[in-house]
Design a protein around this ligand. Sequence first.
Ligand code: B4P
Length: 184
Amino acid sequence: MKKHLLFLGPPGAGKGTQAALLSEANSYLHLSTGELLRTEIDLDTDLGKEVKDIMNKGELVSDQLVLEIVKKNLDKENKGWILDGYPRNLSQVNSLNDVLMNLNQPLEIVFYLDIPDEVLIKRLIMRGRKDDNEETIKTRLKIYKETTEPLIDYYKNLSLLEYINANGDLKTISADIKQKMASR
Ligand code: B4P
């Protein structure tokens, strides 16, 4: 059973949704950098104050800051984990590679959740989180295409990538993920 997984895809593709379902079913740690950052904002910590405006504008917070969060939370007992929303650029990929090499916990599968822009824009507007307004979504999508999308080819070249059609109902997508996990 594979237990070091990563979910990659544009904002609103359902990374958080599917990672939560899969981590619950397998008792894996679900490490969502977005969720961890939002918790800091809700608790009004110094870190939360630092990232609040950046996140509300739909921009990426600093690589160093996110790396600290990942290092602090990554499971060192090796019960299994799912990274959701990290890495988001090539510099974060390199940092993650170092962290995982030190922990001796190599990444085993990268699920790429693919979805047309118009579907994800509708989903996000319906959800209505603070960073889910039209202008912010446009910024998030632009940053995704410029900095995160190149990671698809990076992981494809390492033969870690599994393609998931994320434009469907939750159950069908979950079943596809489970089936691809089992076949590896
Ligand atoms: P994230 O929290 O990662 O937000 P996301 O990309 O919008 O979420 P996701 O794809 O997980 O969508 P979800 O399942 O919720 O990032 C937010 C911000 O945090 C970033 O913009 C950035 O500022 C910062 N950040 C996070 N990580 C960072 C990093 N590594 N470096 C720098 N900055 C970072 O689904 C969306 C909606 O669709 C939900 O309402 C859900 O219910 C719905 N949905 C899901 N699946 C569906 C389906 N199959 N059918 C219909 N609806 C569905």
